[in-house]
Design a protein around this ligand. Structure first.
Ligand code: SAM
Length: 318
């Protein structure tokens, strides 16, 4: 079992397989980054898998593949298969913008993937275009449908932004409800790379949902960052509330970037590289680095004090 320096059990690894993305979402990556990490600096899938085996053996039970846009990286299905063949009990999921799902969903399902979180910030083509700075909606909706048809579990992520998509939250909720997908509204997190003034906080999101539906607050489940809410008919939606004080108290996650940095907290600059250890196949060293990173995992993010990391969400996978 992996325990951090504040006695929290860490069992969740998020892996960013690429920082590149085919969207330029205003809240994440409005411009092309000044320079991409050169392709040759990325860990190969085989390298990442070496680390994943160590992590699973040490106590990781949940893995999320993210990015950038993970479906941009060639051969993602073979990476999924490596992990699910190693341990099919690991809760393995991908977070994606859905653009390439129509072509890839079946292969991912065949490789052993069970679940996807898909970003969907608007159901209006022009608003979706405005946010992602690309004509995306039709292809994303087809991708979501394809993922559904091949039997992948689906949750939808939506970042409510003031004056942009805040008039559509009920439509998005109802779309998801009808299709049987849980929607999670994510409070917009300010960061140096974004080009958005403000997002809606949890109270504002609840007020919009409450203007049409009665709902109740669910129990906090495990270390999930999402607070569940239930409509009267039982439909569950979530709000990810990083602005709340207790967000960090049961944090169970660490992150691995495509270059091989292990990051203990999304809003924390410090990170350690496992790259050399993995390239040298020094598993003992990689395991030591993992434990050092956990020892140094901060108790709370420094967000409120505005001392957070300048690292972009597309590097860490959000
Ligand atoms: N490309 C994939 C996608 O679009 O879902 C995965 C990467 S994206 C960085 C992962 C998640 O981070 C998405 O759900 C996205 O909405 C969220 N995200 C990115 N920037 C954010 C921000 N500034 N505030 C809140 N959520 C953000």
């Amino acid at each position: 079992m992996l325990i951090d320096g504040h006695n929290r059990v860490v069992n969740y690894l998020r892996i960013s397989v690429t920082e590149r993305c085919n969207f330029r979402c205003q809240y994440c990556m409005p411009e092309k980054p000044f320079s991409w990490v050169p392709q040759e600096n990325l860990l190969s899938y085989e390298d990442m898998f070496e680390f994943i085996k160590v992590s699973i053996d040490e106590g990781i039970t949940k893995i999320r593949i993210t990015g950038g846009e993970p479906l941009l990286r060639q051969g993602l299905d073979s990476f999924v298969k490596m992990i699910s063949d190693y341990n099919s009990d690991v809760d393995l999921a991908i977070t994606t913008n859905g653009f390439l799902l129509e072509e890839t969903a079946q292969k991912l399902k065949d490789a052993g993937l069970k679940r996807l979180n898909i970003s969907l910030d608007s159901l209006k083509p022009e608003v979706a275009h405005h946010i992602a700075q690309k004509d995306i909606l039709e292809k994303v909706l087809k991708g979501i449908q394809k993922a559904h048809d091949v039997g992948l579990g689906i949750k939808i992520n939506c970042v409510p932004l003031e004056g942009i998509n805040d008039g559509e939250l009920l439509d998005i909720l109802e779309f998801c409800k009808e299709k049987g997908y849980e929607v999670r509204f994510i409070e917009y997190m300010q960061n140096a790379h974004a080009n958005v003034k403000s997002g809606l906080d949890s109270a504002q999101i609840q007020s919009i949902v409450g203007s049409k539906y009665k709902f109740t607050k669910g129990e906090r489940v495990g270390a999930s960052p999402s607070q569940d809410y239930f409509l009267e008919d039982g439909y569950k939606f979530g709000i990810i509330e990083p602005h709340l004080d207790d967000f960090c108290s049961d944090c169970n996650r660490i992150r691995l970037t495509a270059e091989g940095f292990l990051i203990p907290c999304l809003y924390f600059e410090d990170a350690m590289s496992i790259r050399d250890a993995i390239k040298a196949k020094d598993i003992k060293k990689a395991s030591e680095i993992l434990k050092d990173v956990l020892k140094n995992k901060p108790e709370k993010n420094k967000w409120a004090e505005d001392e957070g990391s300048n690292r972009a969400f597309y590097e860490t996978g959000g």
